[in-house]
Ligand binder design. Sequence first.
Ligand SMILES: C[S@@+](CC[C@H](N)C(=O)[O-])C[C@H]1O[C@@H](n2cnc3c(N)ncnc32)[C@H](O)[C@@H]1O
Length: 417
Amino acid sequence: MHVNDTPAPMSETDNAPASEQQLRDAMVERLIELGAARSARVVAAFRSVPRHLATPEVDMAKTYEAEFAAVTKTDPTGVNISSVSAPRIQAMQIEQADIQPGMSVLEIGSGGVNAAYLAEMVGGRGHVVTMDIDHDVTRRAEDFLKTTGYDRIVTVITADGEHGVPGHAPYDRIVVTVQAADIPPAWVHQLKEGGRLVVPLRMRGMTRTVAFIRDRERLISDGFELCGFVPMQGVGENRVRLVLLHDVEGEEIALRLDGLPEPDAEALRVALGMHRVEVWSGVTVAGDESTEHLDLWLTTALDNLPLMAAKIGARKRGLVASASPIGVPTLVDGDSFAYRTARPTDDPDRYELGAISHGPQARKVADRLAEEIQVWHSDHRTQRAHIEVHPAGTPDDRLPAGRLVDRPHTRVTITWS
Ligand SMILES: C[S@@+](CC[C@H](N)C(=O)[O-])C[C@H]1O[C@@H](n2cnc3c(N)ncnc32)[C@H](O)[C@@H]1O
């Protein structure tokens, strides 16, 4: 669809640089392999858009790598606040959105490239509105969309996504491409009944892109995937709070709190210096099996469960067993804490799950965490989690029983069946 001519493929010799179309085709193959692009129309969209034109400062081949996000802006503290998302994440969200020709789609968080894919999905009879809070971003997106011809289908707006874009509502689909801790009422009200909202929703520290279907005032999930996105700015800004337990450069260890009560940080720092207790659950996972399903269960079952993030230096020094930047679920109980971990088994492809804990009550906390790993295995491993979003103020007795995450605008529930 784009109006720029694709350059003719370069020489076919082995060491010739790959042409634009070869790069796109290779990217699409990889997206299919990863399960991110599944439908013919998504595949066609990703074969068409010359995404490298949105970030001319980046090496062209790099822009077609499935996992590469081109960061375009960083805040003064070093946090990335704008990027063109990685193709895998874009494809995954567009599949979740189930976009049909002729639809009207709002994208919150712009960059140009994703809006172009959305334009391919809705076609000439559809309409895409892409919005961003940052003028630099919308200016760049406009340039890209104009150069590629997608400006015929896409309208670019500069505003805070908190309020949506009422002027073009209602939408068949809303695709949010920035991390959200809450769902503002405008997103629900600007979505048609039965329409889909795809949003990277952060619940208790972890962000999952969730596909929701509107059912009057509530949203009901229809699948979700773990992901990472830049944080929301503006009215809805709500960053995770870090509590440092170890503050040596390169070895930092911190608890990531997401609306949880403030822990006794001093007591936990002392606990970290105490010997570790290990409790093993007897539950195993395959080497390539994600712990995301288990972690969502732990989030559902346990009250005071921040994430513990650590730098690689902390693991190298033996302070912690894991150096995940997102963090591992960590049960905090007063002066003690226990985090989820795994160890090799005799089977080279299987790992046993367990808990490592520190503090005066180390044994008790580790037992509690290991017990929930066993509950997950026996009762929930084959189940699916369901996420619902209800307006703030909905009484408890009108919510499904399960984990409740309260936010300023919403009450989010997680249940299993
Ligand atoms: C990951 S980027 C979007 C990438 C884009 N969808 C793409 O790949 O083509 C997230 C964007 O969200 C924007 N953003 C952050 N807070 C926002 C808000 N409250 N309203 C609108 N946009 C916001 C940031 O400025 C940033 O450009």
